[in-house]
Design a protein around this ligand. Structure first.
Ligand code: GAL
Ligand code: ZN
Length: 670
């Protein structure tokens, strides 16, 4: 599908007399999709069971009259005051005992019967009215599902969830190892939701829960949100709703819900993209998020919220001039077929007055509107070039929620943090010009030349079997420290680390060191392999069939192997025994690239390159730096955005974008 642009609109927040103008301005700017209805519960159901759809009908009518497609939200992220008054138990209870009060949003527990009942009622009413309405193109359920609750209902539901998983209390005791600290349970009813902090917040916390309990509670919380989503999907579908259904996810950095499982409930993955909020400050943050979201279904995604202007609640972050365009192209290159901006107009009231929309609170068009209108023309002029283009990814990064949850429970050393480790490996590959899919360890790996498991902390036999088949078939697998430390119950297997992965890696861990200072430990390459540095976490390993690529050059493990490579079948497994910094990882990936069959590229600092396959092979260069960059080309190429031909190199303006096709193919598609 050709990429389309859209916007989030809240007609209920603006006078009725303004809607026509808004719709006309949207259409004139080239927007195609408008998302409405999210959060408007009290406007749609002013009191229990009394509905008012008149205004929504009008809004839809006006939008559609302007040839705008409508995405309709279910409003359940904002339960009205009347519902909370009647059922205060809906308010979620945090682990510290605090109750999330009315007056914000997301103030509900997804397991509370009254909330589920009320959700079913409003969703049923919406489904009956709009489920087969051709003016509505798609549905978004709720908004950014998240939050952990330990209310009385969640406690009982958690116990039921455990009963279902373990069958008997004996099996649970056995699996969790409740002989530790006298934790044996006689009955599921005795099991509390755990304290939800992390054990490492201070060095010693008396309330650090049993890690098996804590991991199960994280899975339960994730399942609770998924079940709540499913309740709404079922309600829509059982009433004949025909349009595609989605919900808006939050990219890679959000780690409370197993998005692989959640995505299975959706027709299409949608997500919210706010690059300015990415604390890493590097383009690989938004790129990783985009690849992780596409990887959930391995299909094009919709971005239903993308930053357009300054944003923030208390503190403002302002995107730089040109970044709205840059991030739109980045999103499209990574697989978005819809980019919907947040929001149409800056709010005059409420928490998000500082979240700047396409137009300002005063309602007149300005710089952002004009830039967006230009951008939409530019994208339109590309015709079908991007419609058929898909990302080329010779490499994959495994993204495993159990590992992520287990590391939240016991972070062990800050250098092992899941999100940062994943981003470091991802960034190392991407800055070498290698495309990376971000996928579940259960996914089919056969199409990848290299698979990296930056943080495969939890493993089971089936994942190991799939990795083995992949490597034996000629693949290159990269394992980093703390691989295979836990099984699915968050229990340490009775094997030397990396336990179930030891055979594949051809190494055994003999000793570990965790240092809380940030001092690097040097490693030196053997036989031409690169030198490098580790920080924070170190393992002393003994090769059991693997060859040494690098040795520790100093420290307690000096002269022992730091990086190894093991031939297995037609492939190979690299084991990195410490937390390597970005430069070290880049050099390592560069060193293994030829054997893995990967081609690397030299890219200037700040320049992202995305390879696309469409009618012709395409290269998108995105300059994330605020200075000019020059990229050399391996043959004449035409920039499909400007129409200009470039012989040997192309100059990218600050925050500039180029979409290059080989000259011949570009002529054919023109
Ligand atoms: C998103 C959310 C939107 C809006 C935006 C700005 O996380 O889905 O409703 O709140 O952030 O805060
Ligand atoms: Zn609850």
């Amino acid at each position: 599908m050709r990429p389309r642009l859209g916007v989030a609109y809240y007609p209920e927040q603006w006078p009725r007399g303004r809607w026509e103008t808004d719709a006309r301005l949207m259409a004139e700017a080239g927007l195609a999709v408008v998302r409405i209805g999210e959060f408007a519960w009290v406007e749609l159901e002013p009191s229990a069971g009394t509905f008012d759809f008149g205004w929504l009908d009008d809004a839809i009518e006006i939008l559609v009259a302007n040839e705008l497609a409508v995405m309709l939200g279910t409003p359940t992220a904002a339960p009205p005051a009347w519902l909370i008054e009647a059922h205060p138990e809906i308010l979620p209870r945090r682990a510290d005992g605090r109750v999330h009060p009315f007056g914000h949003r997301r103030h509900y527990c997804p397991n509370q019967p009254a909330m589920r009942e009320a959700s079913r009622r409003i969703v049923a009413a919406l489904a009956d009215r709009y489920g087969t309405d051709p003016r509505v193109e798609s549905w978004q359920i709720d908004n950014e599902l998240m939050g952990r609750c330990v209310c009385a209902v969640c406690r009982v539901r958690f116990q039921d969830w455990l009963r279902e998983r373990y069958g008997s209390i004996e099996a649970l005791n056995e699996s969790w190892g409740t002989a530790f600290w006298s934790q044996r349970y006689d009955d599921f009813a005795q099991i509390p939701p755990p304290e939800l902090g992390t054990a490492a917040a201070t060095l010693f916390r008396t309330h650090a829960p049993n890690p098996s309990l804590a991991l199960d509670f994280r899975r339960f919380t994730s399942d609770s949100h998924i079940a709540y989503l499913r309740l709404q999907v079922d309600e829509l579908r059982s009433r004949g709703t025909a349009q595609p259904i989605t919900t808006n996810l939050m990219g890679f950095k959000f780690g409370e819900i197993d998005y692989h499982r959640l995505a299975a409930e959706l027709d299409v993955v949608a997500w919210d993209n706010y690059p300015a909020l990415d604390r890493s400050g590097h383009w690989s943050g938004s790129a990783l998020a985009a690849d992780a979201m596409r990887g959930l279904k391995n299909k094009p995604v919709w971005i239903v919220e993308q930053q357009v202007g300054a944003l923030g609640w208390e503190i403002l972050h302002t995107p730089r001039r040109g970044q709205m365009r840059l991030h739109t192209y980045q999103a499209i290159a990574h697989g978005a077929e819809l980019v919907g901006y947040f929001r149409w107009r800056t709010a005059r009231h409420g928490t998000e007055q500082h979240w700047y929309g396409v137009i300002d609170a005063h309602g007149r068009v300005g710089r952002r509107y004009r830039e967006l209108a230009e951008l939409s023309k530019e994208i339109d002029a590309l015709g079908d070039v991007l419609a058929e283009a898909t990302v080329v990814s010779p490499a994959a990064l495994l993204h495993d929620y159990d590992s992520r949850f287990a590391l939240q429970v016991q972070p062990t050393n800050p250098s092992l943090a899941y999100e940062e480790s994943a981003q470091r490996h991802y960034e190392a590959l991407r800055t070498l010009g290698i495309g990376v899919d971000v996928i579940s360890p259960d996914a089919d790996l056969s199409s990848y030349r290299l698979v990296t498991a930056a943080n495969l902390y939890v493993v089971d036999e089936s994942v190991v079997a799939s990795l083995r088949a992949y490597v034996e078939g000629g693949g290159t697998l990269v394992l980093a420290p703390r691989a295979g430390v836990k099984d699915r119950s968050n229990v340490v297997p009775e094997l030397p680390f990396p336990t179930l992965l030891a055979d594949l890696a051809g190494v055994e861990v003999a000793d570990v060191a965790s240092l809380l200072d940030d001092d690097p430990v040097r490693i030196s390459g053997v036989d031409g392999a690169p030198d490098g540095e580790f920080r924070g976490w170190f393992e002393q390993i003994e090769p059991k069939g693997a060859h040494v690529l690098a040795l520790y050059a100093e420290g307690d493990f000096a002269e022992t192997p730091a990086v190894t490579i093991h031939s297995v079948g037609d492939g190979r497994v690299v084991y990195i025994a410490g937390v390597a910094d970005l430069a070290t990882l880049r050099n390592l990936y560069q060193a293994v690239a030829p054997d893995a069959g990967l081609v690397t590229a030299a890219l200037p600092d700040g320049v992202e390159c995305v390879q696309l396959r469409g009618q012709a092979p395409l290269l998108m260069f995105l300059n994330h730096a605020d200075g000019e960059r020059r990229v050399s080309l391996d043959g004449a190429k035409r920039d499909l955005i400007t129409g200009v031909e470039h012989e040997q190199s192309i100059r990218l303006a600050p925050f500039g974008v180029a979409l290059l096709a080989p000259v011949r193919a570009a002529v054919e598609t023109a």
